[in-house]
Ligand binder design. Sequence first.
Ligand SMILES: Cc1cc2nc3c(=O)[nH]c(=O)nc-3n(C[C@H](O)[C@H](O)[C@H](O)COP(=O)(O)OP(=O)(O)OC[C@H]3O[C@@H](n4cnc5c(N)ncnc54)[C@H](O)[C@@H]3O)c2cc1C
Length: 285
Amino acid sequence: MRYHAPATLEDATQLLGSDLGDCRILAGGTDLLVRMRSGFAEPDNILDIKRIDGMRDITAEDGGWRLGAAVSGAEMGEHAGLTADWPGVVEAAGLIGSTQIQGRCTVVGNLCNASPAADSVPALVAARATARIAGPNGTRDIPVEDVPTGPGKTSLAKDEFVASVFLPARPDTSGDAYLRFIPRTEMDIAVVGCGLSLTLDGDGTCTDARVALGAVGPKVIIVEDAAKALMGTKVDEAALDALAAACSAAATPIADKRGTVEFRTHVSGVLAKRAAKIAASRAGA
Ligand SMILES: Cc1cc2nc3c(=O)[nH]c(=O)nc-3n(C[C@H](O)[C@H](O)[C@H](O)COP(=O)(O)OP(=O)(O)OC[C@H]3O[C@@H](n4cnc5c(N)ncnc54)[C@H](O)[C@@H]3O)c2cc1C
């Protein structure tokens, strides 16, 4: 196995496109190294992106924030501006693993690992985040929800990788939240996760909303009916009940030892309702 640590995007995409054999991107390694140690992944090459310019940076851009693909969960949590603008995304990233994992794990690794239960992905999707994909012809931007295509699979070509994610600007009267249900108090895989972002106008009426569920389908589910249930309302009990019903109706979970279909379906609505209340209060309701 060969280890590569290129310094530029161009060198990285060239290496990925070469005929050196199977090549895996290494960001924090908190998924990849575990898979390698347990024999589930045996790449011929490892491409460490951490030395590429900009990969460790959190940068203000057009009123939003660009996160390099190697920014860790801990670095996100320590960034005052990012935390003020996107508290739900930061809290979702902060739920990943333990203090040790936080020092390494990235939201881009979480996205590209393509686990249906990944914690930061529903929050990124609710935020309408985009992923900047680097490839042989330069870069292109796509919605984050278009990166994972199913469990363990992404839409990236062999010679592409995610260079950064972008969290767009939104009005000050906006808020977001992420909640998950796990059987333990920490260090567990989401049984259901819900990311929600909304914007209120001057009199507290919801003018924009986006709701994303994790762990209840092969990839994140964007629940448009749930967003519609909030829009034009003051996020009151009737709207919250309609939101919860839409989320439960949209969930398509599997049953396993951590939760039945019925439980996950019900909890999808419960978490969405609670997340909406938090997001609305962050928006100034
Ligand atoms: C003890 C422990 C607890 C955990 N707890 C949680 C949890 O609570 N919630 C949760 O969601 N996850 C959890 N995880 C899983 C893991 O920590 C997260 O998925 C993490 O965000 C992965 O980020 P990473 O940078 O370490 O990814 P890596 O391991 O470096 O990469 C993950 C995958 O994505 C690919 N990849 C990485 N970066 C890129 C890129 N820029 N472009 C293209 N492909 C890329 C890699 O090749 C690999 O296949 C846990 C893991 C451990 C070991």
